[in-house]
Design a protein. Sequence first.
Length: 352
Amino acid sequence: MAGTSGGAGGGRGGVTLAMVARRAGVSPQTVSNALNSPDLLRPDTLRRVRQAIEVMGYRPHRAAQTLRTRSSRLVGYGILPAPPGVSTAVMDRFLHALSQTAEEAGHRILLFAATPGEAGLAAYQELVDSYSVDGFVLSDTTHGDRRQGWLARHGIPFAAFGRMWSGRQLGDFVDVDGAAGTEAVVDHLVGLGHTRIGFLGWPRGSGAGDDRAAGWQRAMRRHGLAVRGRRAQTVDDVGEAATAVGPLLDAGATAVVTASDTLAMGCYRALRDRGLSPGQDVSVAGFDDSPAAALVSPALTSVTQPLDAVGSACVRLLLDRLREPDRPAEHLLLPPALTVRDSTAPPPRRTP
């Protein structure tokens, strides 16, 4: 990968590529491009870098420079471990789109097992050192995610499926507008006549879960509906969700919006344990439109993420970054679609 090893391979008099980058106010990748692929840079950027190289007397080791110019045509993608019982079918769809788009552009996806947190950064370093990957695609971004900052500091190109949920946004990302998705669900339910609409989400601080909860709350307030006492939270587990939704049902909710199809399945279980029918007695809506959504009975209304477009956009953003390292960061927020099925219907009529 161009630029990542330049700081270690010293130039004349101990001047390193990283030192030149700091003086020129650019990334190490840009200095490497100035030396190896100057046509990728804007004329003013190239002029500034070359001036810094001349002033500082930087001379790269020829062997290291040869290695840096060799593109691997590999894009790294780390797969995080899934909790027991949680389906990964939705991310499988994203990965297929990612792989297909990369292949069409002449690249291959290199999959590796990723570890959450600080310990997982070692895998990224090893892939850069051992396989010279051209860049990385990230997913499953969370609060306090260290990957974007680490990659940016090391001048390694990346694109993320998901926003940084804390701190300053770094690098390119494409994400799905989860808030718009849950807003659309509330609008749909209100149109059916529901006014007591609960929300079953993940514990606060999950990033994407907070975004989906915010959309439900915003739509409820826009329609003048009460939100107090109508929100519950749990981990993404069917059994836990069946327990967590109980207070919402006890409070008389006629519809429940959930942050995932897994949580929606928990609502199904809770309703049937009470002798009630999803859709007929209480409407239920999910998020992700997993393969199971169309197979359960009744079929589940769910928010569909445009995963083909997300995968394609991630590859495009990364390739654009490889071609033009200094271009402004690009942030894409794609709208989801609501797939309406039998689990949402008008609320049952009350007997006088």
